[in-house]
Design a protein around this ligand. Structure first.
Ligand code: ADP
Ligand code: MG
Length: 255
C-alpha cells in the first residue's frame, strides 16, 4: 500500500541562511494517526509548509500518497489538507460561503460543493449557524469550521498544526473527539503538538523533533524503551531537557 506521507532527507534553509530542517525523514502509513512532537521552534510548521506546498524544500523529497510535493504538486495538494496553527477564516464570509469557496479552489462542481458543505456543517454541529458570518462564531466553532474547511475537498491526509494550542480543556477534549472520528472514517492524520497528553491520547506513532532533526520515532512503547524510561513524558524529557519542558508549561499557563 502507498504511504500517506514519505519524507526523505528534507532540508529547509530560510532566506537568511537559517536551517530549520536538517535532513528529516519520516513515513506515515495510510490510515495512521501520526504525531510530530517537539518544542517551539523545533521545525514542525516548517515541515508542514514543505508538505503542503507553502514552502519550497531546499533539498530532499516529500511524497503525499506517492505524489511528489514539488514536481507533482497538483496531485499532492489534492491529497493533503492543512488546518493551520493560526485561525485564518475570512470574517466577512458566512460558514456556507467559507466551505463553498474552498471547494471552488479545488475545482469541485457546484452540486458536489453544496452536498459536501451540508454534510460537513452537520458533522461539525454547525448547521444552525450556516448563514452567520464567521466573525460571530465562538472560538470553538471557529476551530470546528477550520477543520470542516480542511476536509472540504476530501483529502486523504489531514495535517493539524497545533490544533489545540491555547484552547481550554473542555474544547480540547471536544476537538479530540472530532479528530478521532475523522481518522476512524479513514483519513490519515499528522498532528503536531507540544502537549504530551495529546500525542499520548491520539497517536498510533510519534516522532520527536528538536532543532530541525528527528530524534526518535515509533510507538509510545518503542520510544519509552528506546530511552530506557517508563513514560512518554520521561522520554520527551530525555530529548528536550527539563528546562525546555517547564518553559513550555509556563507559556501555556500564560495563554
Ligand atoms: P515550530 O512550528 O516547531 O514551532 P517553526 O517551523 O515555526 O517551528 O520554526 C523553526 C525555526 O525556523 C525557528 O527557529 C523559526 O524562528 C525559524 N523560522 C520559521 N520561519 C522562518 C522564516 N520564514 N524565516 C526564517 N526563519 C524562520
Ligand atoms: Mg509551529
Amino acid at each position: 500500500m502507498t504511504a500517506a506521507l514519505e519524507v526523505r532527507d528534507l532540508v529547509k534553509r530560510y532566506a537568511g541562511g537559517f536551517e530549520a530542517l536538517k535532513g528529516v525523514s519520516l513515513d506515515i502509513g495510510a490510515g495512521e494517526f501520526f504525531g510530530l512532537l517537539g518544542p517551539n521552534g523545533a521545525g514542525k510548521s516548517t515541515m508542514i509548509h514543505c508538505i503542503t506546498g507553502l514552502a519550497r524544500p531546499t533539498s530532499g523529497t516529500v511524497k503525499v500518497f506517492g505524489n511528489d510535493a514539488v514536481r507533482g504538486y497538483r496531485r499532492a495538494r489534492e491529497a493533503v489538507a492543512l488546518a493551520p496553527q493560526e485561525i485564518n477564516l475570512d470574517i466577512f464570509l458566512t460558514l456556507e460561503e467559507t466551505l463553498d469557496l474552498h471547494g471552488g479552489y479545488f475545482g469541485m462542481s457546484r452540486a458536489d460543493r453544496r452536498e459536501r458543505t451540508a454534510e460537513l456543517l452537520e458533522a461539525f454541529s454547525l448547521t444552525e449557524k450556516r448563514h452567520e458570518r464567521t466573525r460571530n462564531l465562538s472560538g470553538g466553532m471557529k476551530r470546528r469550521l477550520t477543520l470542516a474547511r480542511a476536509l472540504m475537498h476530501r483529502p486523504r491526509l489531514l495535517i493539524l498544526d497545533e490544533p489545540t494550542a491555547g484552547v481550554d480543556i473542555e474544547l480540547r477534549l471536544e476537538l479530540w473527539r472530532y479528530i478521532e472520528k475523522i481518522n476512524r472514517e479513514g483519513t490519515s492524520i499528522m498532528l503536531t503538538t507540544h502537549y504530551l497528553e495529546e500525542a499520548e491520547q491520539l497517536c498510533d506513532r510519534i516522532a520527536f523533533i528538536n532543532h530541525g532533526q528527528i530524534a526518535a520515532q515509533g510507538t509510545i512503547g518503542e520510544l519509552t524503551s528506546g530511552y530506557g524510561v517508563s513514560t512518554l513524558e520521561d522520554a520527551y524529557l530525555e530529548l528536550v531537557g527539563r528546562q525546555e519542558l517547564s518553559r513550555s508549561h509556563i507559556q501555556d499557563a500564560v495563554i
